[in-house]
Write a protein that binds this ligand. Structure first.
Ligand SMILES: CC(C)(COP(=O)(O)OP(=O)(O)OC[C@H]1O[C@@H](n2cnc3c(N)ncnc32)[C@H](O)[C@@H]1OP(=O)(O)O)[C@@H](O)C(=O)NCCC(=O)NCCS
Length: 332
């Protein structure tokens, strides 16, 4: 893809997030599968993850995050022109989760649709909405990354069930003053590697049958090692592309917010970018991998902890099923 053109400037003017109250610890997982707290912490950095109860769907978490982002931005539901929800765990195949959120928050003037880019959904959504604001079809956009991955986890498969968690994060996008907002957005995909991370059944290839249920095909399947290697390489490369677009070096980034999949992926990416870990935001130990929700949750937490402040140049980067990956450089 060609470089992002930052004029007129568009940026994030409000952030919010939500996660279910219930925590699942590594010790809880020890009772379900052959694993240990030690193995999980050493290989992933994860200690706990938030898990939704039966009534808490992706749209519930997404709507809560959206309300907080709207309050943060001082925007009313009626002002929202478009809602994009990045999710791999929609409430149902249709209507879209974005339409369910629209109804829930009362954004009656908005167009609403879901975006399927797995863990990169939030970054893809930023670019889609920024493009709409710049082409004049919308003034105020709401982008959400929201997941209830616990509902598609196989709690008999220790190679996947320890990695993921539930949550949602949202951002309001608007025109901003010159020199601020999105300075670069980069998106890439490689569909030839789709088999490495997938949920095989429930679509037109394998509609739900007793057999697909018996074969446990409605759960995440992953080749962890291959995903790991591609994630580090792709995330490093696409942050470098973004920095190149803006004409700055890694040293000029105040904060890197990487997709929170695994502490070893985060550390390896930071090392390749020659960024000290003090400049890298990490909350994977408390959330696990929340896919499309990971970056907006981290943005919200970074801000509330004081790690993200006005005037900072922040790089966000994600990688996920597809494969898809993307980066954004944003001056707050
Ligand atoms: C999944 C991941 C943590 C596995 O770590 P790893 O160091 O690659 O480990 P391996 O897959 O090589 O497995 C090593 C051993 O641990 C075992 N193992 C896997 N999961 C385990 C668990 N939860 N507890 C204990 N042992 C486990 C494996 O079965 C294997 O055993 P074996 O040697 O007897 O066959 C790692 O590959 C990873 O993080 N990948 C990226 C996943 C990801 O982030 N996906 C989403 C991207 S958006």
């Amino acid at each position: 893809m060609a470089p992002y053109l930052p004029d007129p400037p568009v940026g994030i003017v409000g952030i919010g997030s939500d996660a279910p109250a219930q925590l699942l610890t590594n010790h809880d997982l020890e009772k379900l599968v052959e694993t240990s707290d030690e193995w999980i912490v050493e290989r992933t950095g994860i200690r706990t993850r938030h898990i939704a109860d039966d009534k808490t769907t992706t749209s519930v978490l997404a709507s809560n995050a959206a309300r907080r982002a709207m309050a943060d931005a001082g925007v009313t539901p009626e002002e929202i022109d478009v809602i994009v929800v990045g999710t791999a765990t929609p409430d149902m195949l249709f209507p879209s989760t974005a339409c369910l959120v629209q109804a829930e928050i009362g954004a009656r003037n908005a167009a609403a649709f879901d975006l399927a880019a797995a863990c990169t959904g939030f970054i893809y959504g930023l670019n889609v909405i920024a493009g709409m604001i710049r082409n004049g079809t919308c003034e105020t956009g709401l982008v959400i990354g929201a997941e209830t991955l616990s509902k598609i986890l196989d709690f008999q498969d220790r190679t996947t069930c320890v990695l993921f968690g539930d949550g949602a994060g949202a951002a309001i996008l608007k025109r901003v003053e010159n020199g601020k907002g999105l300075l670069s957005v980069r998106m890439l995909s490689d569909g030839t590697l789709g088999d490495m991370l997938k949920l095989p059944a429930g679509g037109s290839l394998h509609p739900a049958t007793h057999e697909t249920v018996d074969l446990r095909l409605h759960y995440i399947k992953m080749s962890g090692n291959n995903v790991f290697k591609s994630a580090v390489k792709s995330m490093t490369g696409i942050v470098r592309q973004g920095l190149n677009d803006v004409g700055i070096g890694p040293g000029e980034i105040d904060l890197l917010i990487p997709h929170q999949a695994n502490i070893r992926i985060i550390e390896a990416t930071a090392k390749k970018l020659r960024l000290p870990m003090e400049k890298v935001f990490v909350n994977v130990h408390r959330f696990g991998n929340t896919s499309a929700a990971s970056i907006p949750i981290a943005l919200d937490e970074a801000r509330s902890q004081g790690a993200l402040q006005d005037g900072m140049t922040v790089a966000v980067v994600a990688f996920g099923a597809g494969f898809t990956w993307g980066s954004a450089i944003h001056r707050f």
